[in-house]
Design a protein around this ligand. Sequence first.
Ligand code: ZN
Length: 280
Amino acid sequence: MRVHHLNCGSFYPHGKRLVNGRGGLLDTGLMVCHCLAIEAGDGVVLVDTGFGIQDARNPGRLGAASHRLMSARPEIATTALSQLEALGFAPTDVRHIVATHLDPDHTGGLADFPDAEVHVFAPELEAARHPTLRERPRYRSAHWEHGPRWVEHETGGDRWFGFESVRILPGLDEEIALVPLIGHTRGHTAVALNADGGWMLHCGDAFFDRCEMDTPPSCPPMLRFFQNVMAADNAARKANRERLRELADNHGEEVDMLCSHDPHDLERRQAEAGSTATIG
Ligand SMILES: [Zn+2]
């Protein structure tokens, strides 16, 4: 199985040191949208989609929070669709998309793969369909007005390193499971993938900087603030982040953890894979 690490969208917020932990206060920071393209079976499984073609044509589609506040700059060249085409895949090769959650920086590309099944933890789809007043600005119905082929999943007693989990795509040789980590949103989930005998865990927005998993943990102040403000359930978010730290402590050799928005972690992985072309 081959896993491609793609940056499918970049944010350029002010205050680099506050966002990236280094650089000047007046410099522009960088956040990425780290998506996975997994060659599995006779097609591709995408984990998250970042910004899509329509977002690049009309950035307002992402909503004011992403577009203006966080200075998102969607570009056609960095969409999952463009990058997969450059790798030799057709849009219809993407049979499945697994969404960590349905914030707009994770769903912009759904419409670029209308034939794919979109796997989501059921409480997240419920939140997106029936948002509370506070949740309403974060979910962008324009991202699913094409009518995605949703596949909702509930947990049913499976366990993965002590976490609740649900295996999806049982027809594939590759083992892929949702590992719900609620807090950032009501139905936020990580995605576990058995890759070459070891586990990879895409933690989505359960943390924003790889250093949050270190002992002792650290996090640039802007990211700490942003996570606190954006959380649907901040106590649950912090508790789940603590559980991830324990996982990193106890099983760091067996589980390779990553998150959506850390540019340094993505850059390192792309450099190891011999490709830095997609970093924004
Ligand atoms: Zn995000």
